[in-house]
Design a protein around this ligand. Sequence first.
Ligand SMILES: [Zn+2]
Length: 407
Amino acid sequence: MSTDAKRVITTLAALLLTVLTTTGGAVAADGDGPSAGQRIANALRTSPVYVDEAYAEAVPPSRQRQLADRIRRTGLPIKVVLTPLTKGDAFDGESDLLAGTVRDRLPARRDLVLITSDGDFPDSLRGYEWPGDAHQASRAVAAAGFLDEMRDAGLADLTAKAVDLVAEGKGEQRYEEAVSDLDGSAPPARSGSGSTSGSGWTGWWLLIAVPALALTALATRAALLRSRTSPAVPQLVFATARAADEARVRRRAEAEVLALGEATQAADVAATPGLQQALDVYAAAGTVLDGARGLPDLAGALALAQEGRDALAGSPGLPLCFFNPLHGRAVLRTGWRPLGRRDRLDVAVCKECADALRDRRAPEVLPDTDANGRTVPYFELPAARSAWAATGYGSLMPPSAGLGRAR
Ligand SMILES: [Zn+2]
């Protein structure tokens, strides 16, 4: 989508949000009181740094003050908004909408650089600026996520680095450097580096991000989900899938498979006992990606990329979340009894799904289509027909082990 189109959509969405909020609509999903956007804008009047409670541990008040000081020293109109973004929330999980909404609610339309949470990737950041692109904020913030030194950094350090790079004003250059350091092949620059063009999507995921941070984000999301009440408890709910999600996941899968390939090339043959396995998994991931017909296959490519990475590292971690691998890497294994079955499955789940099971809520599952064209949980397909049902994306057996027998 062109930057202009994106901007128009962002504006329209913000407008719609305003209309619905003022007419008592439920889109702001915020209960009583000011809308989420207004509350953030109000907070930004007294400090350039807004951190939602959900991130208070990752960015405690002392770090918030440090960030605010750092921003003041730059002399630039930088503001930071760190808040969890989830589909269906006040900003529908979109950082573009968050940024546009907050900007519209700030008192005067002065120059503004906004660094926000990224809706696509937990613990990544996006940069925006108005008017124009004088500080190259979008690229500068994206570059921060790519830097090698930021690989294990917490959200507070990542934000500080983003502020520094914006202040330096060489975002384009830093971005190209950081990306070419990563893999020697920079992704094509987006056309039109307008003020709302973000480019943070590849950043953190290429680096196969930090479990601790992912935990924070998942806990955050779980807390958000908990705060919603659900009267009836269906055993499972389907993840809503939109065309945009599929394109996004496809890009992510491509980036991760590419990164795995490059990691195998860079690996030291003598010091990497899992190299051959990683190469096999890499080849399988490429095949899956090429033939991918939808989210289940794309998620499979992601699971294979993870398996390959673990083989290279020689440290098998937990697989991706069983219920929906797009939730990211699981944090624990737990027993789960599918409806209508007597035996319990031992599955690996993300924090969010673990909380859901504990609270007797329905975890959000990745849907697939059965032989009759019905939408069913992917794991209800016959194992002979779906490698992903057979393997549970790594919960039941390694993802690559399912490929020989199914698909
Ligand atoms: Zn999950």
